[in-house]
Design a binder for this molecule. Structure first.
Ligand code: HBI
Ligand code: FE
Length: 293
């Protein structure tokens, strides 16, 4: 079927919004851009990314040799956890996205960011999706969490609480931090694929770092246009999976009855802080202020 993507491109896709990766269509410049992003991020993430991510990079042989061929990558990933990577144009509708995850298929954008957007873009491109998300899918516990999220998403849509579940995805899969023996580490793909946020989320005094609390997090708005004002911290992927292996029914009842949301920088009496932020970065106007200066 013919669709118009969120970026305004007309593309022919299958009923599940996938398309042939058509690996040959990437240019030499695009493969080179991947290589530079890959080298830059690997260096930045030393001592910042969690061990599970680094292990995934090695196990999947995600190396500096151009944009990965999804078939080859999927064959390696499938042997580890049963997941495959499929190509999609860019953002796909929620129900399509959940159906893929529930069936252990990770949809990855079939384009790479432009030179002008090397560090920041809102649409998920192949570098964000493959470098950021796929390594952790080689971890069995995280792989189960992602499948559970897909199944949860299908139920959440039926209950009218999709906004709440999307916050769970955002604050964990995209922007999560994990406390390890070696210190605070990154596991969220939105951070792992961004040079500046990889440093900001760990080293800046501005953001709050609060211990993971499912209900609290599901009531908290997030930002899509700038660094997060709050990062949620887990102790282990088992903690994350454990929190989602429960009947969400009673939780959804509460959330349905709850009007409104907490602002991204809210702090509450019952929050467990890893560090309370100054919010200086956001208060000064964030990215826009930085770009103007
Ligand atoms: N589509 N390709 C793609 N990637 C995403 O991360 C994505 C999506 N569609 C919907 C979506 N994410 C989120 O809105 C859900 O987590 C709620
Ligand atoms: Fe993502």
């Amino acid at each position: 079927m013919l669709i118009t993507t969120r970026l305004g491109r007309e593309v022919e896709v299958n009923a599940d919004y996938t398309l042939d990766q058509n690996w040959e269509h990437f240019t030499v410049e695009e493969h080179d851009r991947w290589d530079r992003l890959y080298a830059r991020q690997n260096q930045i993430l030393e001592g910042r990314a969690c061990d599970e991510f680094v292990e995934g990079i090695h196990k999947l042989e995600l190396s500096k040799s151009g944009i990965p061929n999804f078939e080859e990558l999927s064959d390696r990933l499938e042997k580890l956890t049963g997941w495959r990577v499929v190509a999609v144009p860019d953002l796909v509708p929620d129900e399509v996205f959940f159906d893929h995850l529930a069936n252990r298929r990770f949809p990855a954008g079939n384009f790479i960011r432009s030179e002008a957007q090397l560090d920041y873009l809102q649409e998920p491109d192949v570098f964000h999706d493959v470098y950021g998300h796929v390594p952790l899918l080689a971890n069995p516990v995280f792989a189960d969490y992602m499948e559970a999220y897909g199944k949860g998403g299908q139920r959440a849509m039926g209950r009218g609480v999709l906004t709440n579940l999307a916050r769970l995805y955002w604050y964990t899969v995209e922007f999560g931090l994990i406390k390890t023996d070696k210190g605070m580490r990154i596991y969220g793909a939105g951070i792992l694929s961004s040079k500046s946020e990889s440093i900001f989320c760990l080293e800046d005094n501005s953001p709050h770092r609060i211990h993971f609390d499912l209900e609290r997090l599901m009531k908290t708005d997030y930002r899509i246009d700038d660094f997060q004002q709050t990062y949620w911290v887990i102790d282990s992927f088992e903690e994350l999976l454990g929190a989602t292996y429960q009947d969400f029914g009673p939780l959804y009842d509460k959330l349905e009855a709850y009007e409104g949301a907490y602002a991204p920088d809210t702090i509450l009496e019952n929050d467990t802080f890893h560090s309370e932020g100054t919010q200086a970065y956001a208060d000064a106007g964030g990215r826009l202020a930085k770009e103007a200066s």
